[in-house]
Structure formats: structure tokens, C-alpha cells
Design a protein around this ligand. Structure first.
Ligand SMILES: O=P(O)(O)O[C@@H]1C[C@H](O)[C@@H](CO)O1
Length: 295
């Protein structure tokens, strides 16, 4: 019934990985950051770094995509203890959905309370431009419609409930904070909000697919994030997510534009510093334990 059931990681396996990491570093992160394609520079902002190559971490998958360095970096952002994935995993790399979301459970067992995810995405909303930063307010989980969900398989209540509410997946207070910080930083012209749709990739969208997703209510489309968000919410972490619009999805048969990964990485490089500053400033304003925000 669940073809990937054997690839689930047990609570004990996740705990073993978290305990291994905690034994190697004194950093006790409350914020976990996931860097999207070409956006790994965020990890370089961490002070007092303790970094691990994914290949050295028990149970961890390896990054196979250009623009995803494959390092887990612990450190501090203005005194706030953080852990940062410099590179994430995607379904199209051939990993099971349980494997690509394993780091979220490890974050939880490390003590992370807030997860901040970034990704590169194609714009579907006609008002969006290349280089816009979209605060994700909701998502469309297309693989989920087809029964591909990271919570498939036996449910371990130590992580969370069997049937997860998703109408509050993206923390509204953090979205508001992002808007305020973005305005303060002068990002008003390119800071947007919208709905992210995940597909399996690795193919970019056909014109008919782009048109369909737009009509379904998606503002941007990508190949990640949603699975991580589901698992992070399942184990009770607060979630905030951003998309960098690296290209406009082609929705016109007369267009000469062609989506490609090099352009995705290039636009990432152009906007990375501003995106990093937004996340950095937000982290300095998040207070943990009482879920409040600092002014
Ligand atoms: O990890 P993210 O979602 O940022 O990566 C996007 C989606 C594909 O992996 C790749 C396409 O260029 O970038």
C-alpha cells in the first residue's frame, strides 16, 4: 500500500543522527534554515561555524544538484544559534520523499523551533518579475494529490499527529514580520507574497502546464519546499518560506524564452545578498520559547 514505507526513518534513527551532531558541536540551534538553489550564501553569514559535509553525517543523503553545496553549518546569526542546510534534497534526485525530508526531523531533535526555507521558483503571476522575492503564504501540493506525501506510512506520535492540519502551515506572524523587515530594508518594489506550487521536476513546465497552474491559483512553481514544510509542521515547528523568482514560466507559444538551471543560479547570485539580509534581519527579531517577536 505504501511503496516507500521501508524507506521511512524511525524515531531512533533520527535521534541517533541528531545526537551524533549534538556531540560534535556546542551550538544548540533554535532556528533551522534551508537554502535553495544558488542561495547557499546564507550559511556563510553564520559566525563561529561548525560545518559538516553531508557525506560525513550518519543517515544523511548527498546533494547531487549544482548550486547545492551539501554542508550542514551550525553557528550564530547575531548571537542567535542556527543550523543551516547549504543544499537540500529533491524528489527528482531519486531519493524517497522520507529521505528528502529527514533533515526536518533532525532539526526538531536538535531543538529547532522555527524553520526558514528558501527556494528558486518560476513566476506564474503576471505581476511578478525576475528577481522578485515571494513570501509563501500557502501552497499547492501536486504530488500530494497523487498520493506522494512525506507522512505516508506508519505515524509515530512522538513526531506528530496522524492527520495534520495544513491551513495554518505558514506562520502568519512571520509573514507579517517579513513584510515589515522588507519595507524597512527598502525592498517594497520586489517583495511579493503568493502561493507556491510544487511539482516533482526535474523537467520545467510545458506551456499548457504553466497555464493550468496559474489558473489553479499558483503564483510560483518549483520542485521543493512543500515536503519539508509538511514534515516541519508535523513535528510542531513554525515555518516561514521564501521563493526567489528566478524566471518567468513560459505561458505563450510565441515566446522565445527557455527555462534553464544556469539562469536560475545566475538570478540567485544577483539577488542572494538581499534575500540573505531579509532572512538575517528576521532571525535577529525572532524570540523563542514564547513564540513572540522582538521589535
Ligand atoms: O532547491 P530549489 O527548490 O531552490 O531548486 C530549484 C528547483 C530545481 O531544483 C532547480 C531548478 O533550477 O532549482
Amino acid at each position: 500500500m505504501f511503496p516507500e514505507v521501508n524507506s521511512c526513518y524511525s524515531y531512533e534513527e533520527c535521534k541517533a543522527t541528531a545526537d551524533w551532531l549534538l556531540a560534535q558541536t556546542d551550538v544548540r540551534p533554535t532556528v533551522g534554515i534551508v537554502c535553495g538553489s544558488g542561495l547557499g550564501g546564507l550559511a556563510d553569514l553564520l559566525k563561529d561555524q561548525v560545518a559538516f559535509n553531508y557525506k560525513d553525517i550518519p543517515n544523511f543523503p548527498q546533494s547531487t544538484v549544482h548550486g547545492h553545496a551539501g554542508r550542514l553549518v551550525f553557528g550564530h546569526l547575531k548571537g542567535r544559534p542556527c543550523v543551516c542546510m547549504q543544499g537540500r534534497f529533491h524528489l527528482y534526485e531519486g531519493y524517497s520523499i522520507h529521505k528528502i525530508t529527514l533533515p526536518m526531523r533532525i532539526f526538531k531533535l536538535l531543538g529547532v523551533e522555527t524553520v526558514m526555507l528558501t527556494n528558486a521558483a518560476g513566476g506564474l503571476n503576471h505581476d511578478f518579475k525576475m528577481g522578485d522575492i515571494m513570501i509563501i503564504k500557502d501552497h499547492l501540493n501536486l504530488p500530494g494529490f497523487a498520493g506522494i506525501n512525506p507522512l505516508n506510512g506508519p505515524n509515530d506520535e512522538r513526531f506528530g499527529v496522524r492527520f495534520l492540519c495544513m491551513s495554518d502551515a505558514y506562520d502568519r506572524e512571520l509573514q507579517q514580520l517579513a513584510m515589515e523587515v522588507g519595507q524597512d530594508l527598502g525592498y517594497g518594489d520586489f517583495l511579493k507574497e503568493g502561493v507556491y506550487c510544487v511539482l516533482g521536476g526535474p523537467t520545467f513546465e510545458t506551456i499548457a502546464e504553466g497555464r493550468m497552474l496559474h489558473r489553479l491559483g499558483a503564483d510560483a512553481v518549483g520542485m521543493s519546499t512543500v515536503h519539508e514544510v509538511i514534515v516541519a509542521r508535523h513535528c510542531g515547528m513554525r515555518v516561514f518560506a521564501l521563493s526567489l523568482i528566478t524566471n518567468q514560466v513560459v505561458m505563450d507559444y510565441d515566446s522565445e524564452e527557455r527555462a534553464n538551471h544556469e539562469e536560475v543560479l545566475q538570478v540567485g547570485r544577483q539577488r542572494a545578498a538581499q534575500l540573505e539580509r531579509l532572512v538575517y534581519t528576521m532571525v535577529t527579531k525572532i524570540v523563542h520559547n514564547n513564540y513572540g517577536l522582538r521589535d
